[in-house]
Design a protein. Structure first.
Lengths: 312, 117
């Protein structure tokens, strides 16, 4: 098909999985389009410092994403950020994607790399006080809370590591966690417990946020007794994990009960010519390195699929 | 220093001049941080479409940015970036923390009108 809007592969998602797939495919001289609804780099851009990406001692997440984007573009991939997809069709030999600007793109293969987003509590007041005391980024907003008392919600590595880092600013950090134990690695638990500025409220969750012009407090609910207590605080940082951005894919490809895409070892989905890679896939570990690996595999499998089509 | 392709506002006086000379102005006041960068990227995209709006950024830690940090509409803000919108020299809207493309477009459309063609 000779059409300027026809590509060999369309990649949906611009995190490390999508960008890696774009690098591999475009370097293989396959006509590649990457569409993402946000900034290329995905959730990696929210990471202040990445210190465990092999070959690079330390790098800002935005910079790593920016280099990956440049690398993909240098091989000929077309990368379009902040692009809203309004319709798509992945069944059949030719796949199509229509964007909000009225453009329709077609391809012979698709790689889904939609990634995930920060999970929110979804309780009253959360939207109202976002940016007015509620934050999801310690490195961005930590210094607004210098000399103040704050709450950190969550019990994983991010929550406990950020709780420790926020003690640089806050006079007191109260960690509220829904279970009676932490999911974080032991080193993070030990470091948080050893910090005299940090205290813990276990088996509890935030039932609501209250305040006037800005956040003034939270209602903490004890999940064992049901008792609710008002707790004055200047700020709340929420680190309760991620949810996959797959709502739009329900009924399109196979998705499990957690909303994760079910893909094979070669990243293939249940649809011919449709592959999935990155944090939205059903898997245990989610790191930049695992997303990069997924993106590599998906790209190579998609390239094999395209070659098999040509051999027919 | 903000490493964006937007035009930068360096001083309060410069901002006063910009909003007195342009009917519709959007300014994102932030750092090169994870919540701010996506908003700069959105502005760079929209700059090509909303030609009746002038887009700028301003460094949050520049002391001159107090003109935005201490504005009545940004009172109570505790999340970067502070994004402000001026109509005929008056700040008419302000948001705090990261914003999505649809959120920014909704404000631009309601405050400044949709782009023509």
């Amino acid at each position: 098909m000779e059409n300027s809007n026809h590509y060999d592969v369309i990649i949906l998602g611009g995190g490390p999985a999508g960008l890696t797939a774009a690098i591999y495919l475009s370097r293989a001289r396959l006509k590649t389009l990457l569409l993402t609804d946000g900034t290329p780099g995905g959730q990696m851009t929210l990471t202040h410092e990445i210190a465990n990406y092999p070959g690079i001692e330390k790098i800002n997440g935005y910079m790593l994403g920016s280099v990956m984007k440049k690398q993909a573009a240098s091989f000929g991939a077309v990368v379009k950020g902040n692009t809203e997809i309004i319709s798509f069709a992945f069944e059949g030999a030719t796949k199509s994607v229509t964007t909000a600007d009225g453009q329709t793109y077609t391809s012979d293969a698709v790689i889904l790399a939609p990634g995930g987003r920060s999970r929110t509590l979804g309780v009253p007041g959360e939207d109202t006080f976002k940016g007015r005391g509620i934050s999801y980024c310690a490195t961005c907003d930590g210094d607004f809370f210098t000399g103040k008392e704050i709450v950190v919600v969550g019990g994983g590595n991010s929550a406990l590591e950020e709780a420790v880092s926020l003690t640089k600013y806050a006079t007191k950090v109260t960690v509220v966690h829904q279970f009676d134990h932490f999911q974080a690695f032991q080193y993070a638990v030990d470091e948080a417990k050893a910090n005299p500025k940090i205290s813990f409220v276990m088996s509890s969750t935030i039932a609501s946020f209250y305040g006037d012009e800005k956040l003034e407090g939270v209602t903490i609910k004890n999940l064992d007794t049901g008792e609710e207590t008002d707790f004055s605080t200047d700020g709340v940082f929420i680190f309760i994990g991620y949810v996959p951005n797959t709502e739009w894919l329900k009924g399109v490809v196979n998705i499990n009960e957690r909303g994760e895409i079910i893909a094979g070892a070669d990243m293939s989905t249940n649809l011919a010519g449709v592959y999935a890679a990155g944090d939205a896939n059903a898997k245990r570990y989610r790191q930049v390195t695992t997303a990069v690996a997924d993106g590599t595999i998906a790209a190579m499998a998609a390239a094999d699929y395209l070659h098999s089509l040509k051999r027919r | 220093m903000l490493y964006t392709n937007l035009n930068h506002v360096e001083s309060a006086a410069q901002l006063e001049k910009i909003i007195s000379e342009n009917e519709n102005v959007m300014v994102c006041c932030g750092r090169m941080g994870p919540m701010c960068i996506p908003v700069y990227d959105i502005m760079e995209e929209l700059e090509k479409v909303y030609t009746h709006v002038k887009f700028f950024d301003m460094e949050f830690d520049n002391p001159e940015a107090q003109i935005i940090r201490n504005a009545p509409l940004t009172r109570g803000f505790m999340g970067l970036p502070y994004t402000v919108y001026y109509k005929n020299g008056e700040m008419v809207k302000a948001t705090t923390s990261i914003q999505s493309m649809p959120q920014v477009k909704a404000i631009l459309d309601s405050e400044f009108g949709q782009p023509t063609a």
